[in-house]
Design a protein around this ligand. Structure first.
Ligand SMILES: [Zn+2]
Length: 66
């Protein structure tokens, strides 16, 4: 059995450590939350939460990076 070294992938939406997901600007969004976002309506609370979290990511990326 091969074990892959796990990165510290803590989802920025649900704050849980997940194996699968996407990375944006070094921030991790798990596949569960990604699916929620994809299936959520723009007026949905989940989407609003996502937008807020994303704003935080862009902001920190701007502050930290180039
Ligand atoms: Zn998540």
């Amino acid at each position: 059995m091969e074990t892959h070294p796990k990165e510290n992938s803590s989802c920025i939406i649900c704050h849980q450590g997940k194996d699968h997901g996407i990375r944006i600007c070094g921030q991790f969004i798990c596949s569960d939350c990604e699916r929620d976002i994809v299936h959520s309506d723009v007026r949905d609370e989940v989407y609003q939460h996502y937008v807020n979290e994303m704003k935080r990511i862009w902001w920190s990326a701007l502050t930290l990076g180039h």
